[in-house]
Design a protein around this ligand. Structure first.
Ligand code: DP6
Length: 359
């Protein structure tokens, strides 16, 4: 499979106008994507839990226009016009136009809303870009007629990746792999695929409570962060490590080995942050409260034998991961000991989910 496979032949149907709404979730990586080649190709494979409650809902309305030599679109967030979102979408349209040659034939109205606060520091690019890619695929489906469910999702994930790498892991659930890996049949650098192997019941309905430590704009955009891996002294070792961690997690997920899961997931999070600390220029993306929370989690685990652990994105917020059978105790621990380190005491309870839906 190559990117050229996603270039459509001539569209048999003509469509004047219409509207589609998709809702698509965010995801949290266990083995992280950090570093990319040209055209949004990841340097290493990654795997994520799809989330359930952190979602973007996007309605795409489209109508045929006279001229087809420019993009025409407007964007709304929660009903308010958002011109500052336009450059990112314009870049996305430019990247995907060859795969969606109808893009310049229509005017688009993109209306979007998130279940989580926009300024929560939670990445909306994964849920936002996947929802938009799915809406565009619904338009293409109308122009083509017969698209199999599998081809539809695969191309939507391919397109979402061109918007934001991690977005290609948001369409399905409950675990999605992106990036070619020898041990995972069907895995690809071009799109995300559902994790194909057995998963132990320990991981069913896994919980993720997101502690909002810093709700501001990201200090370093992920694009800048990924770029810092070029020429990074430890880059190649890191890519090898991610490759190995993905191999190792296959057995961990099968056997339900929570101790090994914790070690792998926490090490991935800290490695991601250490890559940022050892790049040039260097950054510390954690805040003091991020470390307070990590230490509290470690102390709680030591004293109770709990299997709670943490992971981090490229920011200060903490994702607290734990098995469903510990939900009551861990939530009590979070409320008693961790919420105090959150900005305005805010946190979001989420859990593993099953991907995007057409509304
Ligand atoms: C730390 O997918 O946001 O969340 O492709 O530049 O849009 P772009 O990057 P993005 O990077 C996410 C990085 C991460 C780890 C992960 O989700 O795997």
């Amino acid at each position: 499979m190559t990117a050229e496979n996603f270039i459509p032949k001539k569209y048999p149907n003509s469509v004047e106008n219409g509207s589609y709404t998709w809702t698509s979730p965010s995801n949290i990586a266990l083995v992280k994507y950090w570093g990319k080649k040209a055209n949004q190709i990841p340097e290493n494979p990654s795997i994520s839990f799809t989330l359930n409650n952190c979602k973007t809902t996007t309605t795409l309305s489209f109508s045929k226009k006279e001229s087809d030599n420019y993009f025409s679109f407007e964007v709304f967030l929660d009903g308010e016009k958002k011109d500052d979102f336009k450059p990112k979408i314009e870049t996305f349209f430019n990247r995907v136009e060859i795969y969606l040659p109808f893009l310049k034939s229509y005017h688009f109205k993109i209306e979007t809303s998130n279940t989580f606060p926009h300024s929560s520091g939670i990445a909306s690019s994964a849920s936002g870009m996947s929802a938009l890619a799915l809406c565009l695929m619904s338009v293409e489906k109308k122009l083509i007629n017969d698209v199999s469910e599998e081809n539809f999702i695969q191309k939507a994930s391919f397109l979402a990746r061109l918007g934001s790498g991690s977005a290609c892991r948001s369409l399905e659930g409950d675990l999605v792999v992106w990036g070619k890996h020898d041990k995972i049949d069907g895995s690809s650098d071009l799109f995300g695929v559902k994790y194909p192997f057995e998963v132990h019941k320990n991981f069913k309905n896994y919980q993720d409570t997101i502690l909002l430590v810093d709700k501001g704009e990201k200090q370093v955009s992920s694009t800048v962060g990924h770029n810092l891996m070029h020429g990074h002294p430890f880059a190649q070792e890191r890519f090898n490590q991610a490759e190995k961690n993905l191999s190792d997690i296959i057995l961990i997920l099968k056997n339900g080995d929570l101790d090994k899961f914790i070690a792998l997931v926490e090490s991935e999070a800290l490695t991601l942050h250490s890559m940022m600390m050892t790049s040039m220029p260097y950054f510390i993306l954690m805040k003091p409260n991020t470390l307070e929370i990590i230490n509290k989690i470690w102390a709680y685990r030591n004293s109770t034998g709990s299997k709670v652990c943490f992971t981090l994105d490229a920011g200060a917020n903490v994702h607290v991961l734990y098995p469903e059978n510990e939900a009551a105790q861990v939530l009590e621990f979070i409320q008693n000991e961790l919420v105090t380190f959150c900005q305005k005491g805010e946190y979001i309870n989420d859990k593993i989910g099953f991907g995007a839906k057409l509304l």
